[in-house]
Ligand binder design. Structure first.
Ligand code: PAF
Length: 281
């Protein structure tokens, strides 16, 4: 595996691969890698001749400076994991390399970006669109891989790709969980031992709520999930929405999800650690 730190070198390597008619897969990450990321890399490895993984804590998508400051940065361990997973190129640029000038682009992402994370984290999705569009532009991969834990993010990235006219297959990969059900996340390392012990309640409650679909209204299921998680020590639900899987718009009746199974999306503060998860109904 080669570590690349400049856009020029990255473009050169990708151009060499494409000259040889090789397919290129991109896995964008913010580092602090875990098995969830590695599952994306494995999928990319299977689908493509050349795999590029970017490791970049993107400042423009953090609406909370404290979150940006304390975001885990573990470059050495990340490189060891990527090497083992058979990555060809790890692109690890500095902030100055990616943003030599402030990025003032405003993406008109529409309704998919206005609800849930979009409502709670102003500017977050615009920042995601900025960095992912830059990465798409630099690499112009055949395929790009994203985890379904950030369910809404995938819809936003698809919208950005459509606006910008990128001809890239955007591939969503299932959530990876710890043995006790907690969705893998780089933020899990911030949990205290007690918070780590109670955090699996999120997935447990969501799973239990699936069986309620046949005999309960959307509102009743939302109340069950919210009340059950809130009753756990140190946990507070920020939002729980059940949405159409394509438009991300909250539904009121189960049949309002016209594009497939409804998806329940939750954000929970466990102490001061913000965790997200989701489940298909
Ligand atoms: O999901 C993430 O880790 C980030 O939002 C992404 C897609 C790498 C953009 O910085």
């Amino acid at each position: 595996m080669e570590v690349i730190r400049t856009i020029k070198a990255l473009k050169q390597k990708v151009a060499e691969a494409k000259e040889k008619n090789k397919s290129v897969g991109l896995v964008p990450t913010m580092g602090a890698l875990h098995q969830g990321h590695i599952s994306l890399v494995e999928r990319a490895r299977k689908d493509n001749d050349v795999v590029v993984v970017s490791v970049f804590v993107n400042p423009t998508q953090f609406n909370n400076p404290e979150d940006l400051r304390t975001y885990p940065r573990t470059e050495e361990a990340d490189c060891a994991l990527l090497e083992k997973a058979g990555v060809d190129y790890a692109f690890i640029p500095s902030v100055e390399e990616v943003y030599p000038e402030p990025d003032t682009r405003r993406f008109d992402l529409g309704p998919v970006a206005e609800v849930m994370e979009g409502a709670m984290r102003p500017g977050h999705f615009n920042g995601v669109a900025q960095i992912v569009s830059k990465l798409f532009d630099m690499v112009q991969p055949h395929r790009a891989y994203f985890g379904e834990k950030d369910f809404q993010q995938i819809a936003v990235i698809r919208k950005m790709a459509q606006i910008c006219g990128f001809d890239i297959d955007i591939i969503d990969c299932p959530i990876k969980r710890e043995a006790d059900g907690l969705a893998m996340s780089s933020r899990n390392v911030r949990l205290t031992p007690h918070q780590r012990e109670v955090a699996p309640a999120i997935h447990k409650v969501l799973s239990e709520s699936v069986a309620m679909k046949n005999s309960n209204s959307v509102e009743e299921v939302k109340k069950f999930v919210t009340d059950s998680i809130n009753s756990v020590d140190e946990m507070e639900v920020e939002y729980y929405e059940i949405v159409d899987p394509l438009t991300m718009q909250p539904i009121e009746k189960w049949e309002d999800a016209v594009n497939g199974n409804p998806v329940g999306c939750v954000t929970v503060y466990c102490g001061n650690v913000r965790l997200i998860d989701n489940i298909k109904y």
